[in-house]
Write a protein that binds this ligand. Structure first.
Ligand code: SME
Length: 156
């Protein structure tokens, strides 16, 4: 029923609304980006109980490398344009993937991952990394996640 849907969607937005100022205060208190990525991955992961929450950093014109994360071990390098992360980087646009098996070229770091969101992180105009979140359930992420996670990315 739509009433039930409204309650669950509202709960998600409320969680993000409570989390964002906490993330802002953590990031304002520390200048080191790796330390901040580590705490932000933990805060998002603990709040929502996602399967995998973490960062890939741009280390060259062609490559992302694994950064701080929470969850099972993951692929260490992803080429620009490859997988969901490399596509978010190449297109400069958040990718919301309801079913990873239907995303051409999806990189399966874990077979338990069913849906995914990847948000580019910018320094000025330039993309310096991505925030990648995987869920063990289908269709976990929507425009609410996109909106709030893009706000998180702006804080980094
Ligand atoms: N699935 C991602 C790779 C990273 S793992 O999910 C942690 C992709 O297709 O880019």
């Amino acid at each position: 029923m739509s009433e039930h849907l409204d309650i669950s969607q509202g709960g998600k937005a409320e969680k993000y609304a409570a989390l964002l100022p906490q993330i802002a205060s953590v990031v304002e208190a520390e200048s080191d980006p790796i330390a901040n990525m580590a705490n932000v991955a933990s805060m998002i992961h603990e709040t929502f109980g996602f399967w995998w929450t973490g960062f890939y950093r741009v280390i060259s014109p062609e490559w992302l490398v694994l950064g701080p994360f929470q969850g099972p071990m993951a692929c260490t390098r992803i080429k620009k344009g490859r997988g969901v992360c490399g596509t978010a980087w190449a297109e400069g646009k958040t990718q919301v993937v309801p079913d990873v098996e239907l995303f051409p070229g999806h990189i399966a770091c874990s077979s338990a991952s069913r849906s995914e969101i990847v948000v580019p992180i910018r320094h000025g105009e330039e993309i310096v990394g991505v925030l990648d979140i995987d869920s063990a359930e289908l269709a976990t992420f929507d425009d609410i996640d996109r909106e709030w996670l893009e706000k998180v990315a702006k804080l980094l």
